[in-house]
Design a protein around this ligand. Sequence first.
Ligand SMILES: C[S@@+](CC[C@H](N)C(=O)[O-])C[C@H]1O[C@@H](n2cnc3c(N)ncnc32)[C@H](O)[C@@H]1O
Length: 324
Amino acid sequence: METEGSIAYDEVVELALYDPNHGFYATSGQAGRRGDFITSPEVGPLFGELVASYLDQEWDRCGNPDEFVFVDAGAGPGTLARTIAAANPRCADVLRYVAVEISDAQRESHPPFVESASQLPTGPFDGVIFANELLDNLTFTPVRRHDGELRTVRVGCEDDELMEVVGDRLAAEDVSHFKPGIVGGVVQQAAANWLEHARTSLTQGSVVVIDYARDRSEDVEVRTYLGHERGTSPLVQLGSNDITVDVDLAQLQSRVGPATELTTQKAFLEELGIEDLVEEGRAHWKENAAVGDLGALKARSRVREAEALLDPEGLGGFTVATWR
Ligand SMILES: C[S@@+](CC[C@H](N)C(=O)[O-])C[C@H]1O[C@@H](n2cnc3c(N)ncnc32)[C@H](O)[C@@H]1O
């Protein structure tokens, strides 16, 4: 196996995930890893309504500060911003909405009322840093056991073919994430760095991470999606695959400390009162179905949105990790 002239696997992953001219979604439609490719804010306005309630709860818990920052990390085209604004949270007058998005093309779609940025703002500030389906997009390093030692997997090129090659020995603190004897795994340095930055930016408030997650490093695997189907090797059809990993909570927590709360999206949204909103929608639809006006259609849509957001096999099964 040859290592010279190789490029790091995580650079390849970054190239595949992110096209600077067309943005993240340019490679294969909207990013995702379940094959349905719809994120919770994109399901409809209900998710934003509930996040707006969470924001108010946090604003109250922090003692109603004069400025409250909501950082929408990995904001995509700004759909969550639009739905939170439409929900008109009580803290709206003191809310500074920062939409952080790495893709220029996505930032161009941000609504004018947000502060659009390409990087996390530096604190300290009071507020909520919210990352829905961001952390699984951040670069990671696959590792594999070779001659008894865990080593990084890198990518080399021979006869115009990309291939995996053996990289460096893993640093001791990274080895500690894995059980002895494990064959391979993934080091999520960028996600841990992101979380550490986020946590240290807040004086009061919370960091909320919503993603597909695992709590054992050895269960995390690299997956690819191509044209809404599971793909094969990340080195095949470079630039066309969505390449992703589950977020490894064990690694994140070993860096920044245990999450204050770990729950599912279903439980998180139920706690925020999704059932009441759905009931309200159902009742409104029943009374106004015959009229069929916009209000009635919106009410009916709420019922459908809730089903998607709470589905334990889909978005409802996501992990919500909160550090306060
Ligand atoms: C799966 S999408 C989720 C978008 C949005 N949060 C949602 O739930 O609809 C992930 C977004 O994160 C952006 N992204 C990836 N890496 C990023 C980074 N390092 N900083 C900011 N945004 C990033 C991508 O361009 C993409 O728009």
